[in-house]
Design a protein around this ligand. Structure first.
Ligand code: BTN
Length: 333
């Protein structure tokens, strides 16, 4: 991102209208140059409005993540655990950037966040919509010395942690859809993507990435194939991204520390309270296979139990859809 683009976004982050002339004066460039920069904002997922006679505005403005503020509000114990925190304006993917550092031997806990991701990754190779300055894109690393078996259920525990944080902000009606979706009234609000790297000593380095829709512009919403929702829509008021970010860091880093000690067993009961699939007729897509059955909840490793006729099988991967009650053959994500 060039300095001029950044400077322009900073001015427009107040959510007010600014005329091309005023912007040109502030940045000491022509109105044509302003217009050219405006045309670049789309590539950062910034949807600018232009009103004749008033100028340009970013609806709702932008609250930048404030590194100093965040650092000053992190709990002492959490701060002590973090070895490095990267705040990017725009990055390919916060998960990807941490994975690269881990492979170079950087030590945990690493944290990476960004205002914008060009290649935000969702589960199963999907793209994660990451418009500039509107949502939370947060990744952090953890190293499990005893290998990958110790990470079973981690994604689920993080989903539960997100729900617990969001409830503190007064949000009810939250649910968890195995393995990684946080839903509000059936719509996707947040997702978790954990990625792993094993080193030559058998240490399992995990990158835990989470995306939370805070104020998803409607153009971005329209590009998501699943019904989605954001915090602004749920609460009908804006919550501070900085406050939410600090709450997430404080809660989730302590949670993973506990997970490291106890494994998933101490999160199982909590997760069950929010399980949206239990006792539902489901279809699980596993590679080219489709498995139909009744979801029976999760096991102590976070696997999904599915009953098919008289057999119960536990699955650790796959994509699940719930069968709509009124329609026998249609499934919703
Ligand atoms: C999902 O498909 O539900 C998982 C979405 C995870 C998105 C987050 S945003 C921060 C981190 N960086 C990425 O590229 N992906 C995760």
């Amino acid at each position: 991102m060039t300095n001029q683009v950044y400077a322009l976004i900073k001015i427009l982050s107040d959510g007010q209208y600014h005329s091309g002339e005023a912007l040109g004066k502030e940045l000491d460039i022509s109105r044509t140059a302003i217009w050219k920069i405006m045309n670049q904002l789309g590539q950062y997922g910034i949807y600018c409005q232009r009103l004749h006679g008033q100028g340009y505005c970013i609806p709702g403005g932008i609250e930048f993540l404030d590194e100093q503020l965040i650092q000053s509000q992190l709990n002492f114990d959490v701060k002590k655990m973090i070895s490095k925190m990267d705040f990017h304006l725009s990055v390919d993917s916060t998960n990807q950037s941490l994975m690269a550092r881990i492979k170079q031997g950087a030590l945990p806990v690493l944290v990476s966040t960004a205002e914008h991701q060009t290649q935000g990754r969702g589960r199963r190779g999907r793209h994660w919509q990451s418009p500039f300055g509107k949502n939370i894109y947060l990744s952090f690393s953890w190293s499990f010395l005893d290998g990958p078996s110790k990470t079973a259920g981690l994604t689920l525990a993080i989903g539960l942690g997100i729900v617990e944080v969001l409830e503190h902000f007064g949000i009810c009606d939250l649910g968890l859809k195995w393995p990684n979706d946080v839903l509000w009234q059936g719509k996707k609000l947040a997702g978790v993507l954990t990625e792993m790297h094993m080193d030559s000593l058998g240490v399992c380095h995990v990158v835990i990435g989470l995306g939370i829709n805070v104020d998803l512009p409607k153009q971005a919403k329209a590009d998501i194939c699943q019904e989605s929702v954001d915090l602004l829509q749920i609460l009908n008021k804006r919550i501070s991204r900085n406050t939410l970010f600090v709450a997430l860091m404080n809660h989730l880093i302590s949670l993973v520390s506990k997970f490291n000690e106890d494994g998933f067993s101490s999160f199982e009961k909590g997760w069950e309270k929010y399980d949206l699939l239990k006792n539902q007729q489901v279809m699980l897509r596993l590679m080219e296979h489709k498995i139909f059955g009744k979801a029976l909840g999760i096991d102590c490793d976070g696997g999904l139990k599915v009953q098919h006729e008289d057999t119960v099988t536990t699955y650790h991967a796959g994509e699940i859809s719930i069968r709509k009650k009124e329609e026998n053959y249609e499934f919703i994500d």
